[in-house]
Design a protein around this ligand. Structure first.
Ligand SMILES: NC(=O)c1ccc[n+]([C@@H]2O[C@H](COP(=O)([O-])OP(=O)(O)OC[C@H]3O[C@@H](n4cnc5c(N)ncnc54)[C@H](O)[C@@H]3O)[C@@H](O)[C@H]2O)c1
Ligand SMILES: O=C(O)[C@H](O)CO
Length: 323
């Protein structure tokens, strides 16, 4: 008998064909995200779950007595209750590496959009405000040859450093849980304590996972230490930043601007104060969203799940759940 899988997110046809060869599956057809109650009902008979962000906690596990493996189609797995999964012996997998370049490209796009004020100037042209003689009010800041501070020098952090250093001649300073001699060698990156990095950097890119240790890692104290010309980019997870503190820093001119792909509550509401500020560039949590990369992530997530259910060693078990 093939194992039963429930697919709670949208996946490409190619991934469905792969799944069909190895497992029996049912899937959420939409519209929108699967309601939690529907997911609980569907999991009553499932051996495996393919998801892209459903909270995997005690309640869900208690309603899924046969569940052996959960595969998330994301590299971040802050939606996994790791203690509860460990207790139940659930195999939890994620999709590292395949999205690094795509997410790093988007981070560079955010950096450029903020320092050269791209969305603001786009609106200016489209609204017919371009008059001869307007000049210095439109000026931005340079990115090339400036100093980039990366907090969380992991897979994506390194892909950002590589682009910034070799493409834009930027000096790299980083803060991480552990030193990364390899990054120091490849990009001349210098390790710094967080406070020193904040004082020195022209751009600060936050790229840690969301964990109990990183929740609100960035607050008033951190923004107060950045340069008034500093640019802050968050494409990690919203709750790593205290949004009230970020809003104040932007309103009071403590920093020049911010680029955000993630928010404390998603989807962010259109009346959120941050969205009213001209020096903020926002995106709808879209870092890995190109057709190619999303296909690769879906296939990797499906392969991880199939391996876990068929008793082979899945490649990408999250570190905290490895035996
Ligand atoms: N916006 C998006 O669409 C998008 C896409 C992919 C990933 N992400 C987020 O980016 C995160 C990073 O992805 P990755 O593949 O580079 O992960 P990774 O594990 O390779 O890198 C994370 C780095 O952060 C460091 N770190 C952890 N806690 C820290 C702390 N308290 N202080 C300093 N450094 C700390 C780790 O040592 C590691 O080097 C993911 O967990 C996910 O939340 C967002
Ligand atoms: O963690 C990830 O892979 C991205 O945020 C997409 O969810």
């Amino acid at each position: 008998m093939k194992p039963h899988v429930y697919v709670a997110c949208k996946i490409p046809d190619e991934t469905e064909s792969y799944l069909a060869k190895h497992v029996q599956y049912r899937k959420w057809e939409g519209p929108g995200a699967i309601p939690y109650e529907v997911l609980l009902e569907e999991l009553a008979e499932a051996d495996g779950l393919l998801t892209s962000g459903n909270k995997i906690g005690l309640e869900l596990l208690s309603r899924a007595p046969k569940l052996k493996a959960v595969s998330t189609m994301s590299v971040g797995y802050n939606h996994f209750d790791l203690d509860a999964m460990k207790e139940r012996g659930i195999i939890g997998t994620h999709t590292p590496n395949v999205l690094d370049d795509t997410v790093a490209d988007l981070i560079l796009a955010l950096m450029l959009a903020v320092c050269r004020r791209v969305p603001e100037l786009d609106t200016y042209v489209k609204q017919g405000q371009w008059k001869k003689g307007d000049n210095d009010v439109l000026f931005g800041l340079d990115m090339h040859h400036k100093k980039l501070g990366i907090i969380g020098m992991g897979r994506i952090g390194e892909a950002v450093a590589q682009r910034a250093h070799f493409g834009f001649g930027m000096d790299i300073v980083y803060h991480n849980r552990h030193r990364k001699p390899d990054a120091e060698h490849k990009f001349g990156a210098k390790y710094a304590e967080m406070n020193d990095l904040l004082h020195e950097a022209d751009f600060v890119v936050l790229m840690t996972p969301l964990t109990p240790q990183t929740r609100h890692l960035f607050g008033r104290n951190e923004f107060a230490q950045m340069k008034p010309t500093g640019i802050f980019i968050n494409a990690s997870r919203g709750p790593v930043v205290d949004e009230e503190a970020l809003t104040e820093a932007l309103q009071q001119g403590q920093i020049f601007g911010a680029g955000l792909d993630v928010f404390e509550r998603e989807p962010v509401q259109p009346d959120h104060t941050l969205l009213q500020l001209q020096n903020v560039v926002t995106l709808p949590h879209i870092g890995s969203a190109t057709a190619q990369t999303r296909n690769d992530m879906a296939m990797l997530a499906a392969e991880n799940l199939v391996s876990a259910l068929l008793g082979a060693d899945p490649q990408n078990v999250v570190p905290e759940l490895r035996k």
